[in-house]
Design a protein around this ligand. Structure first.
Ligand code: FES
Ligand code: MG
Length: 573
């Protein structure tokens, strides 16, 4: 940074009149000496700690480690809380609140005397929400991912958070899995601090942060309880102070090429489909053009290199010991841009040039990948004009081209009521269609796309069926599941018009999703269709319903796109 350029925080603290007095005096009830206000970079530590977000519960004390680093480098650390979003408790879905949390982050940063930002993140939405908010202000910013839990261990077997959850119904139906078994498995699965230990959405979001260049090299895979996590946090605290001095802002790191790298890397690690929506939303905030089709174009020919649940066998702890993301970046280097910059000022490719793999079962080499062509496929057709997505690495190969009879559920409640009805006319060749779970429909686009199969088919040994919805799927889940159908049913997308018995054609290799009903019949149904009543008439949900966009462009609120910079013209008195 130009040595004569004044720090942003000096607009508050550098005033030698009444306002400077106000800005400093109250803060001094914590005892900071004079020199803290005389040109030290002020670093905001944005903490998503909450006991209601168990995956982030350790971040409360963790912030102190970051502060240590900030202070050592000559900065002035000030921690602040923002809305925390916990996947496992919040109803109806954290996705309803991602944009709210991003607003909280944005306004908290801009309104305060901060020069640089550390985002302490963990559980799924706490990463994209804080990055989105920070992008709309665009100060120097570094992400410190809270890290995954240790491997779950249950009766001699390794079990993955989330992924195990999706097997419970099957275990209860076929193995006599009892209430006591369930209780025991609960503690065994979640045995340490941290977020889900599979390559679910939280690990995917941490990986994305590192792939975009927003973390120190190698930060994302370190387990939450490993001492090296603290080391990384302390070094991140030091580094953010330098970033302020260098004026290395989010917009310098988040180039179009950085997004392309993140898409390719997500394919190689078998990351969550939720990445699509969050990355599109982040791009929208920082002003980088990015489209749903980019995920298919850039990601679908990338090989799967990482053998982690839900696509594979291992867990995040194994992945960290095998070398973590730097190994993946090194293997993938010919598919990546090498002229991006990360928070340490260097491209992620350069940062990873010396990475070594310590376990080829966990991270494969590019010459002998776990699977060719992983990534995400975008399917379009009359059933999804703006697109829908599928994660082929988590799907059944035989179902990737399929024609089947639709069994339609008009809402998630309708699904629950009827799915296990012994008289339900359904077999394994059918296509389960779930409506009303898109951004506006639910509202909030819950992770229900991977609905359980009917009990009677599970008992017969059926493991997978084609399922289609406008909802999302947990990053820890699997199956031949078509998600994010856009436009969604509750705004009158063709999905709204599907009826029981219609034939649906899925052709993933041909990127096609087709409802085989004549156009004049669809027109007749469309004329009869009327939108559902809005699900809220006050509060945040009403604002959300009025402004949320479709999932193919990131499901952000239209009024939040872009940024307003870090300037604030007016003072408080
Ligand atoms: Fe928080 Fe999975 S529930 S990361
Ligand atoms: Mg999740």
């Amino acid at each position: 940074m130009d040595k004569d350029k004044k720090l942003r925080s000096q607009e508050w603290f550098g005033d030698d009149g009444k306002m400077g007095f106000i800005h400093r005096s109250w803060l001094r009830n914590q005892g900071y000496p004079d020199d803290y206000f005389e040109g030290k970079p002020v670093i905001g530590i944005c903490n998503t700690w909450s006991e209601l977000t168990p995956c982030n519960a350790h971040l409360r004390g963790f912030a102190d480690v970051v502060k240590r680093g900030v202070a050592e480098a000559g900065g002035f650390p000030l921690e602040f809380p923002v809305t925390s979003l916990g996947e496992t408790l919040m109803r109806p879905t954290t996705m309803l609140f991602r944009n709210l949390a991003s607003m909280d982050t944005e306004e908290s940063i801009r309104a305060n005397p901060l020069d640089g930002i550390v985002l302490l993140t963990g559980c799924d939405k706490t990463t994209p929400s804080t990055i989105m908010g920070a992008c709309s202000v665009d100060l120097p910013t570094i992400v410190v991912p809270g890290g995954p839990m240790l491997n779950g261990r249950f009766r001699g077997e390794e079990i993955g958070s989330g992924t195990f959850t999706w097997m419970i119904k099957e275990k209860q139906e076929t193995e006599g899995f009892s209430e006591e078994d369930l209780r025991e498995a609960e503690v065994c699965m979640s045995r340490s601090n941290g977020h889900c230990n599979t390559m679910g959405t939280a690990s995917t979001m941490a990986t994305m942060s590192e792939a975009l260049g927003l973390t120190l090299p190698g930060a994302s895979a370190i387990p939450a309880v490993d001492s090296r996590k603290k080391l990384m946090a302390q070094l991140s605290g030091r580094r953010i102070v330098e970033m302020v001095e260098e004026d290395l802002k989010l917009s310098d790191v988040l180039s179009r090429k950085a997004f392309e790298n993140a898409i390719a890397i997500n394919a190689a690690v078998g990351g969550s489909t939720n990445l699509i929506i969050h990355l599109l939303a982040i791009a929208g905030r920082i002003g980088v053009p990015l489209e749903l089709d980019d995920f298919d174009k850039i990601g679908s020919n990338i090989p799967l290199l990482v053998n982690l649940m839900p696509s594979g066998e291992y867990l995040m702890e194994d992945y960290y010991y095998a070398g973590g993301l730097p190994v993946v970046v090194k293997e993938l280097s010919k598919h990546l841009h090498d002229d991006t910059i990360s928070v340490n000022g260097k491209p992620i490719t350069e940062n990873s040039a010396d990475a070594e793999c310590y376990n080829r079962d966990v991270i494969a080499s590019i010459d002998d990948p776990v699977k060719e062509n992983a990534g995400i496929a975008v399917v379009k057709g009359n059933l999804s004009e703006n697109g829908a997505v599928i994660k082929p690495s988590a799907a059944t190969p035989e179902l990737m081209t399929h024609r089947g009879r639709a069994v339609v559920f008009e809402s998630y409640e309708d699904y629950h009521e009827r799915i296990d009805d012994p008289d339900l006319d359904i077999d394994e060749s059918c296509v389960i269609v779930l409506k009303g779970v898109g951004p506006k429909g639910y509202p909030g686009m819950p992770e229900v796309g991977n609905v359980d199969l009917p009990a009677k088919l599970i008992e017969k040994g059926v493991k997978d069926m084609v399922r289609i919805s406008d909802g999302r799927m947990s990053g820890t889940a699997f199956g031949t599941v078509i998600l994010h159908v856009s436009p969604e049913s509750s705004i009158g997308g063709t999905l709204a018009l599907v009826e029981n018995g219609d034939m649906i054609e899925l052709d993933v290799p041909g990127r096609r999703l087709h409802l085989d009903v004549p156009e004049d019949e669809l027109e007749r149904r469309r004329a009869e269709w009327s939108p559902p009543k809005p699900r809220a008439d006050r509060g945040y949900t009403k604002i959300y319903l009025e402004h949320v966009e479709q999932s193919d462009i990131g499901a952000d609120l239209d009024v939040l796109k872009g940024g307003s910079g870090s300037g604030v013209g007016r003072d408080l008195h």
